[in-house]
Design a protein around this ligand. Sequence first.
Ligand code: EPU
Length: 443
Amino acid sequence: MQYFQIIGGQPLSGEVAVSGSKNAALPIMAASILAEGPVRLERVPRLTDVETLSLVLGELGVAVRRDEDDSSLWIETVDHNPVHADYELVRRMRASFCVLGPLLARRGRAVVSLPGGCNIGTRPVDLHLAGLEALGASIRLEAGYVYAETSRLVGATVPMSGPFGPSVTGTANLLSAAVLAKGQTVITSAAREPEIADLGEFLIAMGAEIIGLGTSTIEIHGVDGLSAVGYQVIPDRIEAATLLTAAAITGGQATVRDAKPAHLTAVLQVLSDMGADVHAVGDTVTIKLQRRPRPVHLTAQPYPGVPTDLQSQLMALAALADGESVVTDAVFPDRFLHAAELNRLGARIQRRGSTATINGVDRLTGTTVMASDLRASAALLLAGLAARGETIVNRIYHLDRGYERLDEKLAGLGAQIRRCETDQRESTLPSRVASQPDDVRSA
Ligand code: EPU
């Protein structure tokens, strides 16, 4: 198993490029099931989650191949018959559930495992299922699997709002199903996340008729078929913001390029409120924070709010603020496993329900910590970069699920970070996916 050894205290500086968005690439890969012919996707990050979804697609008769020269991913259906997405893969990555809508729309049948439990809180899929039923699918749950069937989906008005806001992958499933439904579908309270708009743009490029992307009402006029296409995935806004926060937490400066600043408005405001100089020009964002951060009050919310996927990283920054910060997660009220680990590094964080109160300290001190999920690992890494002395971050397979070479990118900015092996035998297993331990269940 691998871990990071970090020697903290070094202000980062330099320039770094953002990779393609994980949470856009995954539903777009799943929606490639809808295409007649080969789809070529550019800027798909090299991540364990992308490998996992490639395996799921492989079992569904969809070949996925990476073009090593230009990092494009080629996706092509070679067998339209399989409809079974197995528990063994779906439980490792919830985004695998995004194959449900495309399978149903294109093949008329789907048998997809329920994703199961998760380290960041309860994550039901009732909205996905109710939405597909509203389009006329017959759905039953049996032995942990969703059995869905239709002769042809029929457009309807489908609400996507749950108790904590719209479901992101629920909107993706509905959108990818409705494009081939008969007539008009209106998704109300739809997720407005840029990753959903990107999925919609991909579907439009294939011939779908969709209006209202990026708003909470999406209208879809069903078409009879979708053609093959080449498409470039948007930059990863969560990675961009994680890199900016890394520069800030070390009292450094950095320029993040190939980003899309318009997707970062809320988080750039938070970083600026915390005392950072932030400038966005074209596709670059530059940050400099050469004083102790100011405390902050923030609530993670659906887009365009501050993303829950950045709550832990911003909490790490707030841990060093000059005063008391309050961080609430309104999307995943239980997403606080990182708080106790940050406290092991010397932070003073107290959680009550969906809110954490952070009493800023003037220094963190390195020790051994354990990552519990993807974004928690990023937060621990950032805290380790700021902490005095050596920090060991264990269970970094969580990080590799969703950040492309984050350690190398940080090292390029001057961070002292080393990827180490505890167990050579495990690390030489052929597939990183096969060697993932059982607690890999978040993004
Ligand atoms: N919810 C329901 N019913 C549903 C679906 C969701 O009540 O049927 C609730 C959830 O319990 C949660 C809230 O709605 O409280 C939001 O969940 P959502 O369905 O939007 O989350 P998701 O689609 O499963 C995606 C991202 C997550 C990100 C969330 C919120 C992907 C592959 N995953 O998950 O990303 O945190 O939206 O923005 O897009 C990550 O990348 O680290 C990650 C966890």
